[in-house]
Design a protein around this ligand. Structure first.
Ligand SMILES: NC(=O)c1ccc[n+]([C@@H]2O[C@H](COP(=O)([O-])OP(=O)(O)OC[C@H]3O[C@@H](n4cnc5c(N)ncnc54)[C@H](O)[C@@H]3O)[C@@H](O)[C@H]2O)c1
Length: 328
């Protein structure tokens, strides 16, 4: 691998902080420069210890919406590659306030592509850019539809997934137009340590621990595929190292579950009663089912998920039990 200097965006958030605390930490021969605006979803504490203890990790508080700051930061760092996690990521927030999703997810990504393209064209033909996206860009499946492949047409339904689709298409355009070596990953629902407690699994753990009601949308029968965060990050790293420019790679956990079953599993682990479950008005435009065909990643990258849902959810609950302050 030729990359010695990699910019990571959004790594004070859930997936990125796990990436820093595992993969970035384990590769001291590479300098990782972490860029994050520290929004409500980004907590420096998530990576503080790792950054302080490792000289090959640096942190920059930068907003990817600020094109000038992005440009000067990139010129200073002169990266050989980028792994782009930063985003507004919560569907419910996108329903309330779509604008910031367009600003960060589309325009912010565009700023990163522009700053990277300049360096690629001027001096670094080996540049690599991984754009971290989501299976939600494919829209919704029925109970019997086949799983999403990389060829499934894009049909996003929420402002969040529409904004991620916008950035995916911009990445595609930069490859087609400028031959810029960008790869896009599309992954199903992640869970694990350090996830902000507005998302289903940590929210349910948090409420159950406080004996509060567990709000479940609609009848709870919607289906999601769940992947343990470390499996996703391993896939992203494989794409950075071995992925083919211009390609899309799907990642999934091979673990489709109805939301209600996920919630019941958490209650069982915590030994709390199912009477805490409260069915609430369904999310607007709620996608019914996501399922991922990751056979391309398996074939081309030798990747497959290694953590079963049963193992992963136990590890996750244990982590939150040991880190109750995170849920405060
Ligand atoms: N969580 C999932 O289940 C999931 C699944 C598939 C794909 N993804 C994608 O993975 C990426 C990371 O998701 P996550 O769950 O860790 O999100 P998160 O919300 O936990 O973290 C997002 C991070 O991005 C930072 N950020 C937000 N706006 C920014 C801006 N304008 N400038 C700089 N930094 C900014 C935040 O401070 C935070 O640290 C996102 O691109 C998301 O779309 C997430």
């Amino acid at each position: 691998m030729t990359s010695k200097n990699i910019i990571l965006t959004g790594c004070a958030g859930f997936i990125g902080s796990n990436f820093v605390n595992t993969i970035a930490k384990a590769n001291p021969e590479i300098n990782f420069s972490i860029i994050d605006a520290l929004t409500y979803a980004g907590r420096f504490e998530n990576i503080e210890q790792t950054v302080k203890e490792h000289e090959h990790l640096d942190f920059y508080k930068v907003d990817i919406r600020d094109s000038e700051k992005i440009e000067t930061t990139f010129q200073k760092i002169q990266p050989d590659g980028v792994i782009h996690f930063a985003a507004e990521s919560h569907v419910d927030r996108s329903i309330e306030n779509p604008n910031i999703f367009v600003e960060t997810n589309i325009l912010g990504t565009l700023n990163l592509l522009n700053a990277s393209l300049k360096i690629f064209e001027k001096s670094k033909p080996e540049f690599r850019f991984v754009h971290v996206s989501t299976d939600e860009v494919y829209g919704s499946l029925s109970e019997t539809d086949p799983a999403f492949t990389e060829k499934t047409p894009l049909a996003p339904n929420s402002p969040y997934s529409a904004s991620k689709t916008g950035s995916d298409l911009m990445a595609r355009a930069y490859f087609e137009t400028y031959k810029f070596p960008v790869m896009t990953t599309r992954c199903s629902n992640n869970y694990g340590p350090l996830q902000f407690p507005e998302k289903l699994i940590p929210l349910m753990i948090s409420n159950a621990l406080k004996d509060k009601n567990l709000p479940v949308y609609g009848d709870g029968k919607n289906i999601r595929d769940w992947i343990f965060v470390d499996d996703h990050n391993r896939g992203i790293w494989e794409v950075f190292l071995k992925g083919k420019a211009g390609e899309v790679y799907n990642f999934g956990g091979d673990s489709e579950k109805r939301n209600l079953d996920v919630v019941k599993t958490i209650l069982k682990i915590l030994d709390k009663p199912e009477s805490l479950i409260e069915f609430v008005e369904d999310r607007k435009g709620h996608d019914w089912r996501y399922a991922i065909d990751f056979s391309k990643a398996e074939k081309e990258l030798g990747w497959k998920p290694s953590v079963t849902f049963e193992e992963g959810i136990q590890k996750t609950v244990d982590w939150y039990l040991e880190n109750k302050d995170f849920l405060a």
